[in-house]
Design a protein around this ligand. Sequence first.
Ligand SMILES: Cc1ncc(C[n+]2csc(CCOP(=O)(O)OP(=O)(O)O)c2C)c(N)n1
Length: 330
Amino acid sequence: MTMQSVTLDKQRLLDWYRQIVLIRKFETKCDELYREKRITGVYLHLYSGHEAVGVGSVAALRQDDHVITAYRDHGIALARGMDPNRAMAEMMGKRTGVSGGKGGSMHLASRELNFWGGYAIVAGHLPLAAGIALKERYTDTDNVVLCLLGDGSSNNGYFHESLNMSAVWDLPVVWLIENNFVGMGTRIEDSSGQTELVKRAIAYGMKEGPRVDGQNVIEVYDAVSEAIDYARKHGPVLMEALTYRYKGHGVSDKQFDEREDLRHELEDWEANKDPINILGSILRAQDSDIEPELTRIAAEADAVVAEAVEYAENSPAPTYDDLINNIYVG
Ligand SMILES: Cc1ncc(C[n+]2csc(CCOP(=O)(O)OP(=O)(O)O)c2C)c(N)n1
């Protein structure tokens, strides 16, 4: 589908707007719940700022394709269609959560959605993405794997091994780097000689995809659709979406409180490159009477999040039997 046809498809754009707004509100609520210790755990990594990457890329997948990501996973799970109630229950460690309350924030997953998680070890999910793609190649399907990864993953050995083998075996993977220019507190120019990460494709003999504006959901969708089409027919693609993380690495990270330069950078992204504003402007330009609909979408997202919190809070904790379930003993 071309940019032109998507731009004209108002219902589809409204659906993406709904998803992006829902993710933003879900994350804002999680931030609040974490500070109140109603969500616990060592870390909580929010997707605020990145929403258009998850929504645009996942929209390009078929149901029988796969998606896998790292620990900044809530937004991608919701974009793939995860029930917000069960996602929130997982955040609170409840039995009704998608992983039975035993995974938490970094381990949302759903077999039904072919959404394979949620991984805490940087780049640890890349070999899994290659493995899923190998299974698909081996069983002669044309299903594709979308693997989202942070720029910080790109200097880990797993990155090299996984990208190399995916090229050797022509695996149907789209390696989509969510480049927010920082890994925890280290800027990309302090950790990578080549900061244009797609250029590494040449070293693996795989197709170099584009670097897209990760704040524009239409651009992400168009570029990932093309990459998926290529991966389905020929093999892996490495591409980047340029984006920005609105919160610290985790909720307790105070980088924006402590660094004035970063605060200015954040303010610039929020004011001029926010994915909600960008898509909102496109919709307003198409239809000058759309404002009430956008307001209604925001109110509905508030209601969905409120219901998710209520569902999670009223859900039981895992039992002792749950705790010792799914444990493999040699
Ligand atoms: C193998 C490994 N090394 C170090 C860490 C600690 N760590 C957690 S996140 C992170 C940075 C990752 O940055 P990036 O991949 O760019 O993702 P982002 O948080 O920006 O989305 C590091 C070093 C880890 N979890 N795993």
